[in-house]
Structures are given as C-alpha cells and as structure tokens.
Design a protein around this ligand. Sequence first.
Ligand code: GTR
Length: 400
Amino acid sequence: MGFEPNYDESQVPGYALPDPLAVGGLVAEDAKAWEEKVRPATLALFEREMFGAVPVPVEPINEDLALESEVADACGGKAVRREYLLGFSHEANPQIRLLVYLPKGVEKAPAFMGLNFRGNQIVEKDPRITLETGFVLGAKKEGDNTAFAEKNRGTGVDRWPVDMIVDRGYALVTACCGDIDPDYHDGFKNGVHAMFPAPKEDEWGTISAWAWGLSRMRAALAEVPEIDETRVAVIGHSRLGKTALWAAARDERFAMAISNNSGCGGAALSRRAFGETVGRINNRFPHWFNGNFKKYGGNEADLPIDQHQLVGLIAPRPVYVASATGDRWADPKGEFLSVLHGAAPYRLYSEKPFGGVTEQPEPGRSVGNVMGYHLREGKHNITREDWGHYLDFADRWLKK
Ligand code: GTR
C-alpha cells in the first residue's frame, strides 16, 4: 500500500460523509431521539471500529487520591500548586501524578484538564515539581529516563501558560500521559492496561486508555474542594487532542472539549485523506486505536463514521477546534470541516451553534458560538495565542 501523504487539494478524493443524525437505521429528529438512540449508536460505532471499548475488569477498580505536596507561591505567587497521586485498587497499581494549579481567591474554580507528553516538570522551571520517572515522549522505551526528563524541566512553559490561566480564574490540572499508558506498543501490558484483561479486536488502544484516565482524573477532582468538577474543560494537543475529543465524547461529565491541532483520528475528516491518513497512522502508531481500525487504511470510504461525528458526540456541550497554517500533516481544512459538519446534533439544541460560519476563517480570527474554531499562523504546536482564544471561549461558556 502506498501511503505517500497528499497535500494537493485537487487530489482529495470525492467523498460522502455519513449523516450524523441517521445512524444504523435510527434517525434523530429531536434532542430526545439523539440522546436516547442516535448518540449511543454513534458512540458504539466509534468504540467498536476505532478507539476501542474499555474491557470489563475482573474485579471492580476503585481509585484513591492522595495529596503529596503543596506550595503557596507557585507561578510567581499567583497560584497554589499541589501534587496528588491517583492510585487504583489493583496489584498492578499504575499511578497517575496530578499537577494542580489553583487560582488564589477563587472559591470553586472551573478547570482546564489536559495531559502532557514529557512529565509535569515541564510546566515550570521549579525543582520542587516531582520529576517524571516513567516513560516520556522522546526518551528510551525502557530504563532510566530521569536525565532526559530533568533536561526538559521548564521546557513547557509556553505550552502551559499557567500565569494566563490562573489570572483568568481557572485551575489547571495536568499529568503525564505515560503515567496512564506509555506511548509505545507493548502488547497492552503496561500502564492502566495492566489492570484489565488483554484487549480484543474491538477493545481499547492507548488513546482510549488515556481518555479513561482523564475520566478518572476528572472524577477524582470531587475531592479537591477548590475546583468545581462539573466545570472541567478537557484539552489536548496533537495525539492528546485526539484524546480530548474522545474523552469528552464518551464522558458527558466533561463540560467542554478543546482539540488543538489534533489531525488524523482527531478533528480531521478521515475521508479527505489529506496529510496523515488512516493507513499511515495505523502503521506508525499501531497501539493508538483498536484492531478493527486497521481495516480502514487506504479504505476510508468504508468507515461507518467520520470525525465530524466525533465532534457531534460532544453536543450540546461547548467544543473548540484549532488548526495551524503550517500543520498540513493535520489537515487544517479537514479539521474545520469536522466542526462545520459536526454541527447537526448541536442544531437540535440551538439555532446557530457555529454562529452561522460556513467558510474557514483567515488566520488569527476566532469564530463560532458554542462550537468554536481558529486557524493560527504557524506550525504544529500549542501557544499562548491558542490559549488566549480558549480562555475567551471558556469565559463565555464555563463562567457562572
Ligand atoms: C505525529 C502523528 C500525529 C500527531 C503527532 C503528535 O507523529 O503523526 O497524528 O499525533 O505525532 O502527537 O505530536
């Protein structure tokens, strides 16, 4: 199979997108039919054909949140910073270390929750933040990664602008994605996978495990009195943007979702096969999606779903998708089109969910309504400019 990426708009194959309101013979004419029939049927298709369902554990798995540390002078004195350890009632006992920033003077803060690639110590150049000792992106699969993790201390300050976030009255919760599941193919033995039976063809890969971890993290926030766990926006960049969309689609307790440059398997329409394709992503990252998704490499037309429906599954909750001009691998146009065509379920709740937008806006301008979108000038990244738009959007929909 030739998987050379296509960057020529005229070479995008003709395609017909599945109707988000008519799935498996079920039709949603109103919000009730959407919620009771079409939404569950759509979610089941995404589980079975793409991300994979969470296997049933042998014993019920309970979680436990323990406070590890607290400092009152984080981020130049603007925030209280805590570390918590989220553990599970299983002998494999994977542990997720949460790094939490609380804005001062806010009683019950809404929060942004997102995973990071290289450990919590990237967020601030402060030696008191516990170093990630497990697998981090860019390091060796096995063995001692601590020197690499230490070298990356404070390198994520622009990606995680805590000053902006707490100034606007939001809390921030992050954890290393590798704490939930190390990002390499190990036959689903490490991370939280170790607490569950080996996955079948239709059961989870790494993205679904990350989403499961995010849900457990959100639920655990019930024990953090300064945060309002009913107002949590799940956010992610790139592969973690794919994860944020799936996390919000499967768990309606996330109040908002933000996908930054999520691309193939995230916001980008698979059928456009522009930049990264289903075949490429499955070849390079066989552990991200489930076994069934492998059928669709070079065969996108046979997918019973497309990514606009993933966006639609978040309805009626606010959703925001962002692209970057230099991130053609992630297909900015395909990311925009998912919001446009994912609006159908949203229209069962409000008239102009995307604010009447029909064309991809010029770079730098944020558009929409309860569905938001912007195209940033620049490369594949998440920046303070992106966060500025996300904070404005959250002010509109998450503030009381
Ligand atoms: C790339 C991958 C993308 C995106 C990106 C990232 O290698 O092809 O789908 O996930 O990694 O996560 O940075």
